[in-house]
Design a protein around this ligand. Structure first.
Ligand code: GLA
Length: 401
């Protein structure tokens, strides 16, 4: 009876997410909002009150840091049974569980099994990254005529916030619930001078799961001195399930006519190069692995998103699809760029759920500002001044075809 029930639940999940559509057509011109691309998931459960009863948010202990700080793990479940888990250490996404076209549920984001495993070190699996995602050359930049030196943790460069970035702090948390979503507000106060950054920064990120099968990430920050900020989430995706194999046959579309060429240390030269006639072109759906051998080291590049001048709302940035499982993930963002990274440095040393994460076992679509912007006045600015509010959002929308 129990097995039958599980099977039934799984099949229903499949039906709820099923839609004949894959990644949207006219992608490269698209300025589509998640609402416009909505798939009708409303079977007989559409009434908001009914759906509300089926959502849940729970919190449990996930252990303690060596300093004795309590770490909590939240589980968000929407009315269709999608599940997202996020812990307070690094405001880290540890699971995104979605069904494939047959209703088989898998965690499609790379994660580790215990807090101890996370504390041993990992390449930002699901982490909230700050204060500055991506690289700052030599860990140096100038602001208002003053030079600042940041912690360097990637050879001579600063990467993802430094030695103890936002991925390694325990965030304060508070659950929130609306009529059609469950979520958690994470806050962190970063002291003036932390990792070399000027100003006390109050950062906030809200992760929520909606009944439209969207995972929303809403970032904001304020400062008491002029500073720089560039926040993102560093989830690694494998639409076949974590540890299931490499992602080379999964297909990707990116709404980007241009990308930033980089040097050997992955610092942008400043050139904004057209993807046309290069293996960097993902304007039409392409298997991630179809041309990866032509890209030295694999993809680890910032793509400049096609946005209309002054466009500030959410626009469709990326769409990934696994032909095998039928899972589709769309990414919308207010950010100007996206770092596409193919897990090139995964080397088989990390394991979870009895599976080993080898090279290319996950891909990242980190929505963000351009790397090393503080040293490139021609790039969109990442400066934040007292009295201003930094605000960005990214939405991941899941379905199957
Ligand atoms: C980012 C970088 C990569 C790598 C990973 C973490 O995506 O762009 O070069 O450092 O983080 O391993």
């Amino acid at each position: 009876m129990k097995n039958y029930y599980n099977h039934l639940t799984a099949s229903l999940l499949g039906v709820v997410l099923a839609a004949a559509v894959g990644c949207p057509a006219q992608f490269q011109k698209a300025s589509v909002s998640p609402e416009e691309s909505s798939v009708n998931t409303s079977d007989d459960m559409s009434a908001p009150e009914k759906e509300r009863g089926k959502m849940s948010i729970t919190k449990e202990s996930f252990g303690k840091t060596p300093e004795g700080e309590e770490v909590d793990l939240y589980t968000l479940t929407n009315a269709h049974g999608l599940r997202v888990k996020i812990m307070t250490y690094g405001a880290t996404i540890t699971a995104v569980e979605t069904p494939d076209r047959d209703g088989e549920v898998e965690n499609i984001t790379l994660s580790l099994d215990s807090l101890e495993d996370y504390l041993k070190g990992h390449p930002y699996f699901g982490s909230t990254v700050g204060r500055y995602a991506n690289r700052i050359a030599q860990g140096k930049f100038s602001l208002d005529g003053k030079e600042y030196t940041l912690a360097t943790n990637n050879d001579a460069n600063h990467l993802h916030g430094g030695v103890k970035g936002f991925d390694k702090v325990v965030w304060k948390s508070e659950p929130i619930e609306t009529d059609d979503s469950v979520g958690v507000i994470f806050t962190h106060e970063s002291a003036d001078g932390e990792e070399g950054y000027p100003g006390k920064l109050n950062a906030e990120v809200t992760y929520s799961l909606t009944n439209d099968n969207e995972l929303k990430m809403e970032y904001s920050a304020t400062t008491d001195k002029p500073t720089i900020v560039n926040l993102t989430n560093h989830a690694y995706w494998n639409l076949a399930g974590r540890g299931a194999g490499d992602i080379l046959s999964q297909e990707l579309t990116l709404a980007a006519d241009r990308f930033l060429p980089v040097d050997a240390g992955l610092i942008p030269s400043g050139e904004q190069k057209s993807v046309k006639d290069t293996p960097m072109d993902f304007l039409q759906p392409q298997a991630i692995g179809s041309r990866i051998a032509q890209v030295e080291g694999g993809y680890d590049h910032c793509y400049i998103l096609n946005k209309k001048d002054g466009e500030e709302g959410l626009t469709l940035a990326a769409c990934a699809e696994d032909p095998q499982s039928g899972r589709v993930m769309e990414v919308y963002t207010t950010q100007p760029a996206i770092q596409f990274y193919t897990g090139n440095f995964l080397d088989g040393t990390l394991q979870a759920g009895g599976k080993t994460y080898k090279q290319h076992f996950g891909f990242c679509l980190e929505t963000q500002h351009y790397p090393d912007s503080p040293n490139h006045p021609e790039f969109p600015t990442t400066q934040l001044k007292p009295g201003e509010k930094y605000e960005q959002s990214t939405v991941h929308k899941f379905r199957v075809r």
